[in-house]
Design a protein around this ligand. Structure first.
Ligand SMILES: Cc1cc2nc3c(=O)[nH]c(=O)nc-3n(C[C@H](O)[C@H](O)[C@H](O)COP(=O)(O)O)c2cc1C
Length: 288
């Protein structure tokens, strides 16, 4: 691929230069697209960050990208709370079970928010009726799409990101710290910062694997996989060195039981579900 100046130097006439410029724009677009695809393919969650703050102009770009996401009716029924204040981040840490990523210099909480839109409606004499479950889902979808746009833009600036699913487990506590009023509930958090540079090959963040495409994609209609299909989908991950180490460390016979008995246990799932549901009711998302 030729560089920009090589292409310009080759142009002899104005028209040629103009079409060169067009080609150049195309080439820049292609390069940008290539970079974006490469960046998506190489995504990995970072959980350890340096103290270096995210510069304001970069944070602005990242947040602007977040707001460019598709959203319900272009109503933008979400809010983004960017917490960089160290005292408030300290208060949030236990809500995220003090996991390493929760120490990032920027903790960005994405909230379903029907409040701002409903207030605008009332100011205009319109009657908003968005205090129900389907609007929780619309608003949560908006918030989550914005969060992924933010994640991609952040990575394009060399920042590292990690989602914090603990947001759903401790939504009331997070709501209290971030002063989220009625109509506003947190749905996810993205920890953002410059990744701590690896000190050796072992501390480099590995690229995680994924199930094969055929496991998650269905042609035309949903096809329930056979047991043999499911065995095949998981075979690679089950036979990895990482899984062997996990099983040894946990004294369990298979990877599925790591999930059900260690990572996401039934009692916890039920307790966190009830807690989040109560918060949804309290925040006025369940007037069905
Ligand atoms: C909704 C959601 C919640 C997550 N919660 C956490 C979390 O609480 N802590 C964490 O370290 N990683 C969390 N992650 C990151 C996942 O563990 C990670 O994306 C997955 O293991 C795949 O690894 P990768 O992102 O490096 O490709 C979460 C990701 C998502 C999408």
């Amino acid at each position: 691929m030729r560089t920009c100046s090589q292409i310009f130097r080759g142009a002899k006439t104005l028209n040629e230069a103009k079409s060169t410029k067009f080609l150049l724009n195309l080439q820049i677009a292609n390069t940008t697209t290539e970079n974006m695809i490469k960046q998506i393919a190489e995504h990995r969650s970072h959980r350890r960050f340096s103290d270096r703050p995210v510069p304001e102009h970069i944070m602005r770009d990242v947040l602007t990208a977040a707001t460019r996401a598709s959203n319900t009716g272009n109503m933008q029924v979400y809010s983004i709370v960017v917490t960089t204040d160290s005292e408030i981040r300290k208060k949030l840490e236990p809500c995220h079970f003090s996991q390493p990523a929760a120490k990032a210099p920027a903790i960005i909480t994405f909230c379903a928010d029907v409040r701002r839109f409903s207030r605008w409606c009332r100011l205009r004499g319109a009657t908003p009726e968005y205090d129900n479950f389907v609007w929780f889902l619309n608003a949560a979808t908006d918030a989550i799409l914005a969060s992924q746009n933010l994640a991609l833009e952040a990575e394009s600036h060399g920042l590292g990101i990690c989602y914090l699913g603990t947001t759903l487990y401790n939504a009331p506590e997070i709501s209290a710290i971030l002063r989220l009023p009625e109509g506003v509930i947190p749905v996810t958090t993205v920890a953002v910062g410059y990744p701590e540079p690896p000190t050796d090959a072992a501390s480099e963040v590995p690229l995680t694997d994924r199930l094969p495409l055929e496991a998650v994609v269905h042609d035309d209609v949903y096809r329930d996989p056979s047991d043999a299909d499911i065995e095949r989908f998981w075979a690679s991950r089950e036979s990895s060195e990482e899984t062997a180490a996990l099983l040894a460390a946990n004294g369990l016979p298979n990877l599925a039981r790591i999930f059900t008995e260690r990572r996401y246990k039934g009692d916890d799932n039920r307790a966190f579900s009830r807690k989040y549901f109560d918060e949804m009711v309290k925040k006025g998302f369940f007037n069905n």
